[in-house]
Ligand binder design. Sequence first.
Ligand code: AMP
Ligand code: ZN
Length: 503
Amino acid sequence: MSIRFYNSLSNKVEEFQPLEPGIVRMYSCGPTVYDFAHIGNFRSFLFADLIRRFLEVMGNDVIHVMNITDVGHMTDDHLADGGGEDKMEAAAKRLKEDKKSGKVPEGAIENPDDPYQVAQYFTDAFLEDSRKLGLKIAFEYPERIPHATQNIAEMQNMIAKLIERGHAYVGPDHAVYYSVESFPEYGRLSGNTLDQLREGSGGRVNEENQSSKRHPADFLLWKPDQSHIMKWDSPWGMGYPGWHIECSVMARKILGRDVIDIHTGGEDLIFPHHECEIAQSCGASGEAHFARFWMHARFLMVEGEKMSKSKGNFYTVRDVLGGKVTGRAVHPAVLRYELIRSHYGSNMNFTVKGLKDSAGAVRKLNEFRKSLEERSGGAVETIDNSHPVLTEFLGALSDNLNIAGALGVLFPWMSGNHPNAAESLGVLNRINRILDVAPMEHHQEAADESTDEFDPVALCKGIDEARSQKDWARADDLRNQLQSAGYEVRNSPEGTVATKQLV
Ligand code: AMP
Ligand code: ZN
């Protein structure tokens, strides 16, 4: 069965095959941790999760990486090189108010003036929300979810390389800029031309610092700034990195390749962020591509407008689950279903009616599952992709993630006769490895688990240590502990890795 995805780079639906058969290397732009992520952000994150789970059921190992943007960046990041107020500083101000008014729980954050504490507070909240919504990658923190602030040296190395290769320069203001004219492909992803950008292209390049830049679209790689809330020493002075460089660096470092298979994000990231990532990664590697497939989720809208932090028209996962939208608590599986059930290539309008419909669909799936379990007496057949229902379900998803088509296979099948309950349960299980909504219970369990003492990362380190000391019994014991907690344990070039098996 061939897989076809829409590639924003070619503006076409193309056949997808990973560079290395059976292994997909995929990078997703993650959250900025200066506030709670809203459900629009989660539409983009769940879109990436859906791609991943689908590719896994199709027989691939998916190595998925997503960053945490915890370096303080500017409120005007939609411009090519930022500007405005520092987001982390703004968050500190807000948190101080929230602490006074009791909105931040006692002891949750000791010092809002410490940007690392602010970032960790929102990172923890993000992971908790993500686990509730079944985002697989959230169970792979921190190995697959690196923090920008922990990769500053690597960013400096890439910047030095870009200077060496003639793609970057130090301006008269001592900041380091990427020279867009040094990279003839600049604009290929977004369709912008350098001439349009020179004219300001509808306010999409920053008017600040223009005298220091060779071209108005040149973007910041390193900004010396003694007064910045987060700063590091560098060959270009004490300061901080530009926003775009972190993704180029962390994708390369953790995926271990100059060319990766898939890069995802929301549609607003196409320009400047992803355009700049391509310029940096290809500029440094000399390769023709950074990601072979660029895939973007269209926006979640509220009453015709993009849901966004800056517009203030947003709901967080907590708002929705806690009943702020519907007046009643919403199960995480219902919100997950609601956010994945419409095609990523179209805008999605968020409505109470939509949530109610999703609640109905998830209830039906769970009731179906229960009735099968009762009838099968605990027996489940192992089903592979050649089963006719899976062939149809996966066939729809292979067609550029046609989720409506896939659900249009699932629900009529559920309404039919099921003489062999164990077989049908096997089919449902396999489908649920992608949808992850039935059974519903584990979303809550997953969230609860995030607060217990079980530390898979420490256990993996323990295994590596035991092995290096040839203490095989201890290594086995630690592996058993991970496995009985539902983790799949694998060797990787970086050592032992434990992946939570969600379904
Ligand atoms: P941020 O934390 O603002 O950097 O955003 C994280 C991710 O959410 C990015 O991939 C954005 O493109 C995406 N995003 C932001 N707003 C929306 C929205 N309303 N609908 C879908 N995705 C969004
Ligand atoms: Zn990014």
